[in-house]
Design a protein around this ligand. Sequence first.
Ligand SMILES: *Cc1c(COP(=O)(O)O)cnc(C)c1O
Length: 402
Amino acid sequence: MSVNVPENIVPLDNILPEEPLLMMGAGPVPIPSRVAAANSIVINHLGDTLARVIEQVKSMTHYVFQTRSPHVLGVAGPGSAAMEMAIVNLVMPGDVVLSVCNGFFSGRLAEMAERNEAKVVRYNVPDREFARADEVERLLEEHRPRVLTIAQGETSNTVYNRELPAICRAASAHGCLVIVDAVCTLSTMPLEMDEWGIDAIITGGQKGLSSIPGVSLIAFSERAWEIAGDTDRHMRHWVLDARLADQFWYKKSYHYTAPVSGILAMHEALRLICHETLPLRFQRHYRHSIALQRAVEVMGLSLYVPEEARLNSVVGIRVPDGVQSKDVLAYMSKRYRVEISGSFGAPIVRIGQMGEQSRAHNLFRTVHALGSSIKAQGKKVDVPAGVAMLEKTLEKFAYGDV
Ligand SMILES: *Cc1c(COP(=O)(O)O)cnc(C)c1O
């Protein structure tokens, strides 16, 4: 043996903080205790028990995606693996792909298509604006793409593509497949796979669903499955081959060892969503996000994106001039044990409102921590006004008067 046991290895307890940070950033998000408990179990990846769990995961995914498609697959991997699975199974070398690019994640879909040798046309949406359906229509006419990619919500700069349904309709009318990244929005706001005519939906575990990172979901429409499921098609990828994944998800046979614990966790996350029901879940997310936004503004801070294009599941807040966002984040974690996110370039910090983040008690703690931490950098911030506005807005919603 030439490599020795490493020295200075300490138990996890010596590394993890005694009190974990409250995870209020752009993901991963806190998970319910039932999800955590499910994630601690390992079972046979091919037995009857997991088969029953998988059946339920698929049924519940039908509800959460609002689809009847018999092509729902799980992926062992991050949201990006599900993105890549959509791309490699639907985009052939030489295909024209129209990528609606609002920022970092929607840009990643374009990059993936490019790596797959597609001719990618980018619709670079101006900063802090949503993608316009009429512009997409024009680009569809001009370039005749086979596939369109878009994110419902762009987590990196907190923009919401509110015209997604019209964009999907326009694409369908041009015989163009639509891939929608719903990683940060799924189960926080309406998304209708069948009704809107979406051909592939992608989501990760660690955001809207409030499960663990590393196990993701994807669904293909019938129209998309004619391509993805085509047995004659040459496919360079093995792990991400949808036809092989179908063997496991629909035919109980072996593809690769499924991430059993993560699938059990996903099951519990989906079950909690079904229990809450989507309409109530959407209302909860909307109510809490609006209350957060009003509280931030009344404290004297400003929101990054104008209301018409603003994402509710991740809220971008401008850092006042002369203040560094990294100092705010560091102060918040150290002093208040609340963690939020910085950004990919824009002068903002981001607060998530996804799944378990969207709870009143978490909001009070976060608004107070944010306000106090910016104040500690020497800026004028009216923290009590923010907390009062949060309380007032939540109460008004409770009485249906906003
Ligand atoms: C987080 C996120 C992703 C990437 O998910 P990973 O699990 O980090 O790969 C993709 N798209 C959007 C919109 C996201 O918010």
